[in-house]
Design a protein around this ligand. Sequence first.
Ligand code: 6MZ
Length: 377
Amino acid sequence: MEDVVATYLPLCRAMPKLELHAHLNGSVRPATLLYDRLSNFGEFVNWFGGFCRGGVFGFVGDVWMVGLLRCRELARGRGEDCTELEDILKKERRSLPETFKLFGLIRILTTDHHVITRITREVIEDFAAENTIYVELRTSPKNNPAVGMTKRSYMEAVKAGMDLAAPSSPIHVRLLPSIDRRETTEAAMDTVRLACELRKEGWDIAGIDLSGDPAVGEWATFAPALRFAREQGFPLALHCGEVRNSDEIRSMLAMGPERLGHVCCLDDYEWEVLLASDIPVEVCLTSNLATQSVPSIEKHHLAGLHKANHPIAICTDDTGIFATSLSRELALAASCLAVKPEEVVALARSAIDFAFAEIPMKQALRQIFDTRAQTLV
Ligand code: 6MZ
């Protein structure tokens, strides 16, 4: 399989792409989490360049560096956690509970506003570097009184990272605030209220996501916030069926969200309802394999969705923790489906149809996509 993936990779790297399912903290560079020498040196050069240029750049560089030093302090102060983090990161496959343990460990290192700004910038730069032209970046706004963080200040730190990345990264980035399944109804409502406020202030909020450990939380807890989000005009992207939970899967299908993520563990009836619904599915192959939500790539439901002509978008989920990229996910999908190069391009292009964007933005994306893809196949 890897040989076949390799044959598709050059095309998939060169192709313009859209990412519709990427979690900020799951897409963090492992080098940034673990602070290897290269990354520190790169950051130093970055800072020094800014310092020498002086003015605003110097100031931004200084702020950055202070954040970085505090980060290192965090990593050093939690040596034990970092070792565990490194060990879990090294594994090619890990169960869902282990994956969520990993998210908890990452969270310990990414509490600071400066770190959130830095990882946002890096994640955007990484997507832009592989020719991604549009990304809907999800993240759950977090309160953390210990560092004076509120859900709003968390989102402002994310926005600062977007602004820093913007001059060097030709990519359209939009935000999808996430409701975390661990949250109470009130906390989930707070996230939707914040999304409303930010949108009113002119932020580009694409919609609302529901994510988090699928073993935690009840549909009845977050459904009111999802309904409220919908009343406010936000499209919904729900993580669905990462584990067997028939009541929840059926409630989600009945709600008819604008997109569903994963849909790995549906029974025959739910599968039929999904196919009849035409709800686009965000397919995250490496993630599903790594977390053992599917038994093997050969048994992944991507082939079934494709055969049924069901709308799909190939996505990464968490590039950092699953050591993947959007190019690789598309190459993997192309290998599974054994499609021709022009069909791979069509698959990537079809994500425009399922983006949470208005018609003019979709038209602009099609134009950019077609201009950049015309010489490829
Ligand atoms: C469910 C996931 C996920 O929000 O802190 N997250 N939720 N299933 C998945 N597939 C394996 N991958 C990521 O990003 C990290 C958070 O995104 C959710 C989890 O809640 C994780 O803690 P943010 O930026």
